[in-house]
Design a protein around this ligand. Structure first.
Ligand code: ZN
Length: 191
């Protein structure tokens, strides 16, 4: 069974033809690692991951250096994308689709909120969820563990979740050692 079959049959993702081969390979590798991490094809998290489109971002977004997500589409710099970033962006899609609000990564209501509550802080005080001023200080003041990555601990719950997700998939030992609460939450989440 080829990787392409795996990708399209299980996840039904679509990769825009303008995205170069190396970038496509990162997306394909990310999909394989993600499905293996879940460990089952018929799973609510897999179901929420189907029919994602990967498209090139516009020039202005590339200039700023951002990949970003809009509902079921991930806009990436078509020239380069790491497996880490592909998984990070996938986490935003999951946050939006598994939550009570289709824009959970902005307004909350997604699994990122659940993760935050498990870590020991109320996510509703942070808005917008992807960039809330004073996020790291609030967690520190509340005595909560912080995300191991600088981006994950300084922006807001949505970025915290996306960074913790990519670590859970790619570097579970790092996450378990440096953020055991988040590690535990992800283990329970994918049961
Ligand atoms: Zn992000």
């Amino acid at each position: 069974m080829s990787l392409d079959y795996y990708l399209w049959d299980t996840l039904k993702w679509n990769i825009d033809r303008r995205i170069v081969r190396k970038t496509s390979e990162s997306i394909i590798d990310a999909s394989r690692l993600f499905v293996e991490w879940i460990g089952a094809n018929d799973h609510p998290i897999i179901n929420a991951s189907r029919n994602i489109s990967w498209k090139p971002s516009s020039y202005i977004w590339r200039l700023i250096g951002f990949h970003h997500v809009e509902l079921a589409t991930v806009y990436v710099d078509p020239r380069s994308l790491s497996i880490e970033t592909a998984l990070h962006e996938l986490a935003h899609i999951l946050d939006n689709r598994l939550g009570t609000h289709p824009l959970a990564s902005i307004f909350g209501g997604g699994p990122s909120d659940d993760m935050l509550r498990f870590v020991g802080i109320d996510p509703d005080q942070f808005f917008p969820r992807f960039s809330a001023i004073g996020y790291e200080q609030s967690l520190t003041r509340a005595g909560c563990e912080l995300n191991p990555t600088k981006y994950g601990r300084s922006k807001g719950p949505a970025e915290d979740f996306a960074e913790a997700f990519r670590l859970a998939v790619l570097e579970p030992a790092t996450l378990e050692e440096q953020a055991p609460k988040r590690s535990e939450w992800f283990k329970k989440w994918k049961i």
